[in-house]
Each structure stands twice: as structure tokens, then as C-alpha cells.
Ligand binder design. Sequence first.
Ligand SMILES: [Zn+2]
Length: 284
Amino acid sequence: MPNMETRYIDAHCHVQFEQYDADRAEVIDEMRSQGVAGIVVGCDLDSSQKAVALAEKHEHLYAAVGLHPNHESSEWYDISYQRQLAAHPKVVAIGECGLDYYRLPGDTSVHSAEATKVKQKTLFKQHLALAIEFDKPLIIHCRPSKGSTDAYRDLIELLEEERSKDLNTHLNTYQNLRGDIHFFVGGVAEAQALNALGFTVSFTAVITFMHDYDAVIKTVPLANLLVETDAPYVAPAVRRGQRNDPLAVIDVVSRIARIREEDPESVRQTLLENTRQLFDLARP
Ligand SMILES: [Zn+2]
């Protein structure tokens, strides 16, 4: 079956997860018939492999490979295997990777939480090195502890450190470092700092039932925004609590147009173009 014209790209979904085992083919077919392409993001070795397999099979799917910061204790980052996956032509990003301070283990022991942060940072730096090696963007998961911006502060510091290393060595590796901060939950200041470092921020269907991010969505230039679903998580308002799917990216796009009070069609086109550019996706 030929692909429909691509009208939307879900920059972050997990259609390889078991939540789709019963109807994965239907979901992927429905995406194609509605002109929705998607980046299938791995969280560990198994889901990264499955993402690559789906991208290999379907023209409108792409893959990202990485190890989620919450999996740092359950799995070793097998860099040589990750490197093999990363070399695949349909792997368009490295991730998801990053920092998650929301659910640190051993909350009773300060030492253990701190040790986990250190491990997460080390793991993130390995992804960063791989992104530079393959000249691919990063897909970053960054979640601060409750009521704080701690993880964003550390992430920004880490990226700035990388940039200054570059200035000192004149290797210019940083100039190619880029990516998306997925499921953005920070404020305007964090978004602007990350934009200045060459990163977009992306939003899910959370924005269809929460107004917490309206200020960021209105303030940040449209060129620095991406759309995603993080499906199977966070279904839009109309289907809240149910399993989500990448078609919800359509709701996210129209919500962004409404919040910014801009023409929905031109917002759709710009967001599509942003994703194509960042992940270097071929035009049909
Ligand atoms: Zn995810």
C-alpha cells in the first residue's frame, strides 16, 4: 500500500510496547491512512531493537535507540550493541536518555539518590558521545523532582559544559549536537535556555487538559517546538485514561495553534517541517 502524504509526525511514541500487541498492525495502518508518521523510541535494548524492526518494516516509521534513565539499575548500557543499532539508516536519533529525578530510588537515603543521579549523568554522557559519533540528534527525557527544576538545571549545565569543552578544544563537535527535550514540563526560562543550546521542546496531549504549559507554548518561537504523543501514555482530553495512540498528535497540533492563536494549517506545516529538519527525515 503506498504511503499517504505525511501531514503529521509524532516525534515520540512507543508503538513497539506490549500495549499494542493485540492490534499493532491496525494502529500502524491507521497512522498511514491518516498521514501520521512516527518516531518509535526505545527505552532499553529490547524496545530499541523492536523500534528498529518496526522502522525497517514500515516506511512511515523511524526509530530512536537508547536507555531510559529509570532503567539505569536494571540494564547495563551495552554501547557496542547500541552503536550497531545506531548505524541503521532508519535510526534517526539517540534516546530516550536523560535525567529523571522524579522517582529516585532509596528516597530514605540521601546517598543512594545522589549515587543514582551520578549514574544517570554518566549514562547520559555515553548517549551524548554516541550522538556526536553518528551525527544524530538526541531525544532527551528530563523530569525534575516534584515542585523543582533540578533535573533541567543539571541538564543545562551538562550541555553547557559540553559546549565549553568544544570551545576549548576547537574540535567543533558541539556545533552538531542537537535534539529534542521530550514531554517538556519546565517553564519559559528552561525552554529558552535549552533552545539556545540547540534543542527543541516537545509537548504531548497533556496540553489538551492542562494549562500549565500555555505560557511556554505562547512564548517559545514555533520553530523551537515539536509535537509528540508518548503513546501509549497520556491520551487527549476526549479519551483521557485510555490507551493513547500516535493519531493523538493531530489533537496536539490543533491545541498548539489554538493556544498561540495562529492559523492551524500553517502551524501544522511548520511543526511538520521542524521535525523533518531536526531528524533529517526524507521528504516523499
Ligand atoms: Zn517515552
